[in-house]
Design a protein around this ligand. Sequence first.
Ligand SMILES: Cc1cc2nc3c(=O)[nH]c(=O)nc-3n(C[C@H](O)[C@H](O)[C@H](O)COP(=O)(O)OP(=O)(O)OC[C@H]3O[C@@H](n4cnc5c(N)ncnc54)[C@H](O)[C@@H]3O)c2cc1C
Length: 492
Amino acid sequence: MSESKFSVDQQRRMLIKGLGATTLASTLMPTSIFAAGRGPTAVIVGAGIAGLSAAWELRKAGFQVSIFEKENFPGGRMVELTTGPLHGATHAEGVFNANREMFALGAELGIESQVRGEAYNQVWSPESGLGLDNGHGIYDPGGMSDFNIEVTRKIPGMSPETSNKLFLLQADMDEINATVDPCLLETGIAYDNESVGDYYERALGKASGKEIVNYKIDTACAGWGWDPYSTSKIALLSWLSSKEKFVYPRGGIATLPEKLSSVLPVQTGTTVRYITSPDSNGRRTIHYLAPNLERRSVTPDVVVCAVEGKYLASMVQGLTPKQEALSNNCFFTKQPVVYWILDEKHGPEELIMGAYTSGHPDPMKARTYHWVAMPGVPELNQPPYVRYSLSRKHTPEWQNSDMAIEDYCWPMIKQLYPQLEKSHIVDIVDHSSDSLIHMPVGYINQMGEVLREQRKGKKSLYLAGEYVSGAHTGAACASGRSVAREIIGHWI
Ligand SMILES: Cc1cc2nc3c(=O)[nH]c(=O)nc-3n(C[C@H](O)[C@H](O)[C@H](O)COP(=O)(O)OP(=O)(O)OC[C@H]3O[C@@H](n4cnc5c(N)ncnc54)[C@H](O)[C@@H]3O)c2cc1C
């Protein structure tokens, strides 16, 4: 690896960090393919779960790995917030039980039980009022990975015609479940030919299709900010047909990246500015800002670009036309969420919550995706709070309003939870995220083309992350691991 402007002090710090990581990792990592310290050099850009998983595999094989991360913490979108009143809160919260690569990696690291968790459906309990309200009744909407026909048939207000047609979906779901890996969506290319909304209208007829979208699918899509009529059907059906539960990791969602980054040499506060086209030796140079804002560059044998897909085109020179097209088609949606943190005296006695379909006849409820009033949990240092998520349909209204999220949402939360008083609020946290990938019809085909091109032979640049696998943590993890295996295959 050639380095420029690399200070002795910096090298010494990296060596110490690397040695620490090596000592810890040596107890976990099996024998490598390359002789110690003699493998190819690899820089992983981005320490999200995809980058960390790729780095883990490459290091096991004997590659000399460095990981550059622009934030001052590793883990990307899977990490928990570590400061402020929402200590322990996280954007990503649950994982699919179908995440085979993620659970296998957890087992390899000795933390499988922390990476696994409890069934999502236990959260919903229509009997105690904790369920989805569509104006006809409160019901269990089911998880993101279990389109159970018998449960769906019982949705209040749904017409008998629609209920009686639901069995028509079973054959498609069984076929998808048997052929598509929800963590490697490339396996679902054949189904990337229509939107999820269009699929239900075709399979059940227009009226029933619209009903099922309104009562079941729109709710599933709303948290991601996806529009069912533009989202590729396989992006959602690969989950809904998987028949496996959505679970909350026992150790918290950040358990896996925390463990990986404790045994890998992650350089946080290191921002990649750009990556050049290959030189005459076929290698690319990474230009980056070190934590002290010094400009540096490095030319490794392999670069793994595991940043958010939307950054790829502006960061990497000399992309292939297919890679560039994928990055330009990769866009993110916003999930608007606000927390009002309460003083200890004014928290609710017990959990109170509400969730509504966007077709709810009450316009105020139709605006509300989900709200919760949560008692404090002193053992976790968690204060009482009220949380409100705006519905996907009304997000553009808020974005065009120039209002702070807490002001826009105040009239709705006051109606839903009148006990909330401004004098009880000690802090307000805008927990909105604009970082959810959306996979429109055609995207998965593009993804497949890029991956096929990538597999053809040894390269100086490889892509890894949710944007080439699927919109969730297990997919990002599977992508990192499988890309690393391809690289190893190309280099031995
Ligand atoms: C609000 C929200 C809720 C979610 N809920 C769930 C959920 O419940 N379950 C689930 O499984 N998934 C969920 N997801 C999706 C999941 O978080 C992502 O799919 C996954 O974490 C993506 O991992 P990744 O490694 O591909 O990307 P990231 O985690 O985004 O990692 C990319 C990394 O690259 C770094 N980077 C970017 N640019 C540079 C640069 N120039 N130089 C150096 N480093 C750079 C970033 O800082 C980041 O750390 C959710 C996502 C969001 C936003």
